[in-house]
Design a protein around this ligand. Structure first.
Ligand code: NG1
Ligand code: ZN
Length: 530
């Protein structure tokens, strides 16, 4: 039996019972876990075809990130650890929606269009988060991979960014690191150790309270700590030993509710952070001596990173352009600060890491973050080479060389393949330590405008269509004018509406000069959508 017939045959074990049309969204396919069996089988098939197309090892991650424990999802990772290209999303959508009998036709269509040599070998690296449904879904994916003759390397539980890292290492012959979980800990901990070799501090304390969303990040951070030695003392909260995944905890909960997660009795002087369910997002928070809860979100992390890298660039004598990439959800104060004070170019792109990542590639050093805490830094090949050359150059004065070596080491601490909560945590801690800052010092850069996000359930969210990096709507008629009119009624008022790519809702965002006004504006805009 040829591979395509086997793919159809094996599909009997994973029949498509769902009539609903699915689409490969902001983060792959994501929904209630019980609906996903055939989706995983078919994404197993696609990851093999994609591996043959790329002539390299691809990845398949089973997770629904910050969504409730009952959900699950899948996304395909490309050979350098980046997301599967957007041009392939239509194939994923098509393959998932055809009837069981048409699987071979759908695959043939992709193979012919992309001119794929099916005799090439294919390997897929698979990993999953801690959801109860993940294991069975991993079996469905494995069945798909093997039906098309691919080799499945199942890594079991990993954070999403760990899988991206390992896939990248595998396809770059170890240049990026060793393609194992241990290789990940070794690379990051070695860089962290070099950058944090002691010295007395007056404000920075190497103690962090870490809310791990009861997810896979808890297991992986525990492993990482074994490699870090006593450089950083972490108090684990929501480590999965009793609570439910993402329930009253995690980065999304803290960001949306602007309050500490369950399990942390927040007191002034404590530095805290929250991971999301698959450890690709992180936010920090603390309480002022006056008792106010303060969030240090993705925007604040981005400016911390960009400020530090920009200083290192200046001191190292390197002429590389540094830029920042945000989405419409970035707080208006952050954008003004980056533009007016830091004087760093800033770009705005639609929601979803793939858009941010892509845009960040336009810079020698591109820092990208979503306000919700997903982000990383990309160094172009030329930038990497320039930094390595400078750090090895003889005849430089000590301060210049030191800055170049630091840049090189920070580069090794950053997981460039995708936003990574563990790597980002280690970079934040390094910068705070080197600057000798407490959270309050970091937070001084700018003051967030109060904001509010709302979800509105509508019959058909695709009715809302957007333009200008989702900052304006083009449909339904009149909505944009109404939103602008409402925002104009508030000092510093700004609002926008967009359909979610991961949930069946329309999202409303508003900011204004006071929390009450931001709440009111969000509500008024929400009424327009409803
Ligand atoms: P959607 O549902 O498209 O808004 C959400 C997040 C994104 C991104 C994806 C993937 C917000 C407003 N949106 O997308 O930033 O993280 O999930 O996880 O936070
Ligand atoms: Zn996530």
């Amino acid at each position: 039996m040829d591979a395509l017939s086997r793919a159809v045959n094996e599909a009997q074990k994973h029949p498509r019972s769902l009539e609903q049309e699915l689409s490969y969204g902001t983060a792959g396919f994501r929904m209630r876990a019980e609906k996903l069996d055939h989706v995983l089988y078919r994404m197993g098939l696609l990851s093999v075809v994609f591996s043959k197309y790329k002539s390299g090892t691809t990845g398949l991650m089973i997770t629904a990130s910050h969504n409730p424990e009952e959900d699950n999802g899948v996304k395909i990772v490309s050979t350098l650890g980046e997301m599967m290209p957007m041009s392939w999303e239509k194939y994923a959508t098509q393959l998932v929606n055809v009837s069981d009998a048409l699987i071979a036709d759908s695959l043939k269509d992709i193979i012919t269009t992309e001119n794929i040599d099916m005799s090439k070998p294919a390997t897929v690296m698979l990993a999953m988060d801690t959801r109860p449904s993940s294991k069975a879904l991993a079996q469905a994916a494995t069945d798909g991979i093997e039906a098309l003759g691919g080799t499945c390397k199942n890594f079991g539980l990993l954070s999403t960014p760990q899988l991206h890292f390992i896939v990248c290492c595998e396809n770059t012959q170890g240049q990026y690191g060793q393609p194992t979980e241990e290789g990940y800990y070794q690379k990051l901990s070695a860089a962290f150790g070099k950058l944090n070799s002691g010295g007395s501090k007056s404000k920075y304390r190497p103690q962090l309270y870490l809310d791990q969303a009861n997810g896979v990040g808890a297991l992986k951070m525990k492993e990482m700590c074994k490699f870090l030695g006593d450089g950083l003392e972490i108090t684990s909260v929501n480590d999965g030993s009793s609570g439910k995944l993402n329930n009253q905890c995690g980065a999304d909960f803290v960001k949306l509710n602007q309050m500490p997660p369950a399990g942390i009795n927040l007191e002034p002087g404590m530095r805290c952070a929250s991971f999301d369910g698959d450890a690709d997002r992180i936010v920090y928070f603390y309480k002022t001596s006056g008792g106010k809860f303060c969030l240090l979100d993705g925007d604040k992390i981005a400016t911390l990173f960009a400020g530090y890298l920009s200083d290192l660039l200046k001191s190292s004598g390197l002429k590389l352009n540094l830029g920042l990439v945000q989405t419409a959800y970035a707080n208006g104060s952050s954008t003004s600060y980056i533009t007016d004070v830091m004087k760093v170019p800033v770009a705005c792109v639609p929601t979803g890491v793939k858009h941010l990542h892509h845009k960040a590639e336009d810079f020698d050093i591109g820092v990208y973050f979503e306000a919700n805490g997903h982000g990383t830094v990309l160094f172009s090949n030329d930038a990497q080479k320039a930094i390595l050359d400078q750090s090895k150059k003889t005849g430089l004065d000590e301060a210049t060389r030191d800055a170049a070596v630091k840049l090189e080491t920070v580069m090794n601490l950053i997981n460039q393949t995708v936003g990574d909560a563990i790597s980002d945590l280690l970079v934040v801690e390094t910068i705070l330590s080197q600057r000798d800052w407490a959270c309050e010092d970091w937070d001084l850069a700018y003051t967030d405008l109060p904001s509010r996000q709302l979800k509105v359930k509508v019959e058909d969210r695709t009715v809302v269509q957007t333009t200008d990096a989702e900052r304006r709507t083009t449909h339904p008629p009149g909505l944009q004018e109404a939103v602008e009119g409402l925002a104009a009624g508030y000092k510093n008022g700004r609002a926008f509406v967009r359909p979610s790519g991961t949930e069946d809702v329309v999202r409303v965002y508003a900011e204004a000069d006071s929390q009450q006004n931001a709440d009111q504006l969000a509500y008024e805009v929400g009424v327009q959508v409803y």
